[in-house]
Structures are given as C-alpha cells and as structure tokens.
Design a protein around this ligand. Sequence first.
Ligand code: FAD
Length: 576
Amino acid sequence: MIEHDVVIVGGGLAGTRAAVEIARTDPSLSIAVVAKTHPIRSHSVAAQGGMAATLKNIDPEDTWEAHAFDTVKGSDYLADQDAVEILTREAPDVVIDLEHMGVLFSRLPDGRIAQRAFGGHSHKRTCYAADKTGHAILHELVNNLRRYGVQIYDEWYVMRLILEEGQAKGLVMYRIRDRRLEVVRAKAIMFATGGYGRVYNTTSNDYASTGDGLAMTAVAGLPLEDMEFVQFHPTGLYPVGVLISEAVRGEGAYLINSEGDRFMATYAPSRMELAPRDITSRAITLEIRAGRGVHKDGSAGGPFVYLDLRHMGKEQIMSRVPFCWEEAHRLVGIDAVTEPMPVRPTVHYSMGGIPTNTDGRVRSGIGDGLVESFFAAGETACVSVHGANRLGSNSLLECVVYGKRTGAAIAQYVQGRKLPDINEQRYLTQAEQQIQELIDLPGQYRINEVRQAFQDCMTDYCGVFRTEALMREGLEKLQGIRQKAQQIYLDEKGTVWNSELVEALELQSLLIVGEMILTGALNRQESRGAHYREDFPDRNDTDFLKHTMAFYSPAGININYRPVSLTMFEPLERKY
Ligand SMILES: Cc1cc2nc3c(=O)[nH]c(=O)nc-3n(C[C@H](O)[C@H](O)[C@H](O)COP(=O)(O)OP(=O)(O)OC[C@H]3O[C@@H](n4cnc5c(N)ncnc54)[C@H](O)[C@@H]3O)c2cc1C
C-alpha cells in the first residue's frame, strides 16, 4: 500500500498551490499530487483572461470591499459573504506571492503589474499574462512542486474515495500506462479535481473535465452543493465552443447582432459588453431566438452573433489578446483584425461542488458537521464565493487563495495524526472486479454514442433557459441513457494505456453529475444568476435564498438546503 502524509488529487492551480503551501509550512511532510493528466495539462493551463485583485495599479480608488460587493452582486446574493471577504481581502497578497515565485505577469510601462477591465467588476483589477494567464501561473507552480520534493503521480486515474465512519482514509487508483492498481492511505486527502464541462455537448473545458471528484464524493454518500448553477460563457467560438476570453471584451470588443446593433444596450445599458456572464449569455441566446443571429454567409436568423474587434486595431489585438486571435484564425479561419468572430454561449464553469468551510474542510451534511481528513478546493469545491454566477477572473483567484488556505489547514490538521487502517485487499479486489466487469460488458453501444446522447440531453433539457416540463422530460430521457450506459462494450481489452477504460469510468462520473444538476435545477423554482426558469422568472429570496445540498443514491437524489452567510451586504435587486 502506498502511504503519504497528504495526498492531493488534481494538479491544476488549486492542487499545486495547496501542495506548495503544505511544503512551505512543514517541509518534513510527505506530500503526493495525483493527476489523470500530467499536471501541466490540467485545465488551469488554458485559463486566459486573468486573475482579479485590488492592487490599485491602474485604479487607486479600488478597494477589497468594492471587489467583495461586485462578487456578491454578481453571485445574485447566493455567495457566502464570509468566504467572499477572505477571497477579496487576501487577493493582493496571493498575486504578489505568485510574482515572487516567478510568474510573468504583463506590466505597465513603469514595471508594475498591469490590470484590465472584466465583466461585472466595477474597477480595472484583473491581473494577467497577455491571454495566457493560466499557462504562466501553472508552469511556475509545477516547477515549485519539484523544488519542494512533492511526489507526482501523473497519469494515474483515481477511481474511488475510501470513506469509512465519517473519515476519508485513502484512495483507489490505477496507473493508466499499465493498469497497476494501488490503494493509497494518508492522514489527509484533498480533492482539487476541477469542473465538469463535458457534461454538455459544447464546452470551453478540456476533455478531462468530467467531474470525477464530484461523482466520487457523491457516491461516498456526501452532499454536493448548488449543482444547478452551470456557467455559460457568452463567447464560445462557433461552432467548436472553445473559449474567446472575456479579456477581448475587457479590451473593448463589441457584441453585434445580424442588424449590426450592439444589442447589449437593451439588456445591460450601464455595462454593455461587460455585464456579468449569465446576463450576457441570456442576451445572446434571446437575440438568436428572435432571429437576429447570423448565418455563416452573413445572412440573418443564424445560430451565432458577432464579436467585433476590428476597431481595436492590429497592434492592441496582437499584444493583449494574441491567443484569441490565433484560436479564431486556426480553428475557423477568421482574421479578427479584419473580420468579426462568430460566437455563442458555451458551457464554461461549475459554480457548485463539494461543500467546504473556509479552511477547505468538506462538510458532511446540511449543518456544520465536517468530514474527518477530507479537504477540497478549486473548481470542484463550493466554499461558496461564486453563488449563482461567477465573475470572470475570480476563479483563478479562488484556486490560489483557497488552495493556499487549504494547504495551510492541512499542514496543521495532520500534526500528531496517525495513518488510518485500511483493508487494502478488500478495496483492491472490488476495484479489480469493477474494471473487469466493464471490460467484459457484452453490450451493443459504443461509449461515444451514449456520451453524445447524454451531452445532447443535458444541453437540450437543462441549458441557458429551463422549465419544469422540459427538465422532467430531460430526467426521463436520462433514465434511458443510464440504462444504455449499462449496455456498452469496450473494443480495447488490454492493460496498456487503455483509454477506452478511462472513458468508461468518466462516463459514469458524467451521468451522476448530470443527474445532480438536473435534479437541483428542477427543485429550485426561481431564477437566480445562471439558473433561469422561464416558469419562475423572478428571484425568490423568501423561499430560495439558500444553498441546495443534494445527496446521491442509485435509487434517486435527495435535496435539502443550507442557509447563506450574509455578513456584509443585504440582498438587493440586481441591475446593471
Ligand atoms: C478555457 C478556459 C479559460 C479560463 N480562463 C479563466 C480566467 O482567465 N480567469 C479565471 O479566473 N478563470 C478562468 N477559467 C476557469 C479556471 O481556469 C478554472 O476554474 C480553474 O483553473 C480550475 O482549476 P482547478 O485546479 O480547480 O482544476 P483543473 O485545473 O481543472 O485541474 C483538475 C485536475 O484534476 C485531475 N483529475 C480530475 N479527475 C481525476 C481523476 N479521476 N483521477 C486523477 N486526477 C484527476 C486532472 O488531471 C487535473 O490535474 C477558465 C477556464 C477555461 C476552461
């Protein structure tokens, strides 16, 4: 059995920042980071636009309180305000700390870190490295893992959380290269497994964003929080869905419909293109529905709108958002200096997740109870700083602030604790059986077929606009798809780099996460942030100013609720 003091699942920003903090706090601890990709290939590497912090380099009037207010208003008042206070107060320090580690931020002419405008933020406070911010930060953090002697298990797939008597004791994982199964035990386990964009058919997320950590947590009997809040980013490049960063609008680009109008004037006159993402995504969807979208030949009534950068000029485009220019050029043959880009909303981010307190400790239920030895941070966690809608550039910030805090909490937590006892053989046998059963499945469906049907179902029945009738139909369809998922077959039976086996396991995660999203959405009979119900178009604070806590069982999902922490701001009507 493999043993470490701490095992972190996930090599993105949240996991690596936590590992660095643990090593800095207590260099004697044995720390491992496990990831099904190489850490450098975690989705964090793709983050583009930047990371918010009130450094006041451009805007001396900015304050952490203003950042906190923007975040809470952006969240449609569902964020826990004690967690938002920590996020925004600690932001400047974590950015400076990253820069001391060697992260190459873009600069002002006088050498200070540059900051740009972002949707829903009232001041220019987003720090960035051109439009490759995640790349710059993750590379430096992974370098630091090596420096601190953190053991990296890259391309190992974690398939089970071992939770016994309210304590996380370890993991079951296998090496993708040769399918070697291992049980790991540790004094603390942390999940930093990222989001679930692949639940939908059009997403900015990478192929590995399948919500495994969420599914493993749910299957272990622990709740997931606010899963109905799925962020659609307004500007996915049509038709591929890859992200065109909000930084492009932060730098001045326009959204234009088939009539050549900057239609955001109708939906958010004070913020225009820099309204929060939920509002902008709904606006684009409504324009398309009203026949003011554009076809490929430029005629009206098509499936996308235009993102127009032309007035920005070549020099600004190439120096501030070169990667977005390159994406459009490489993927759809558009030169954004002379032509507008075709865009429409794409699934981008998971506001909900594994409920934690502000030290990253995982909650065991709707009260204040905590799971022993189990921590989570980053996109997979719900602390909750984003509530019903995240503001751009607050997620990298969350990964770093809460990755660091969780690391510090873990370093304290493990002091004086013993390694837990685990019946290794029992878990190995069960895992071996589970894998063998998948490999031997005699079904008639290819994995891809079932996954596509599932992704289409989630997209059609639980998208930007939702109704009870639509979601009930979606849940019914989902039951059929779940049955089909029992009747798949794998062509690849071997042990060497069996990527079909990985996909079969990921499909199970996707199905569980999808059902949690749909059920949470059906139960929330109001519209708030990213969750918009056409049958309940208003926010309803009397009945729904509370967090959804969903408990999974194969027989169905139970929904309960938790109160929201309102320590700073009273809920107000949300207008831009
Ligand atoms: C294209 C794009 C651009 C973005 N731009 C910005 C931006 O400019 N600003 C901003 O604030 N936010 C941005 N975001 C959001 C932000 O990047 C993410 O929310 C954040 O990076 C998530 O980091 P993480 O550490 O939580 O997870 P990730 O970086 O997704 O890492 C997850 C890790 O978990 C591992 N893992 C998952 N499942 C398993 C398993 N079963 N076994 C083993 N390992 C597993 C993966 O291998 C990976 O290492 C962007 C997101 C996208 C998709």
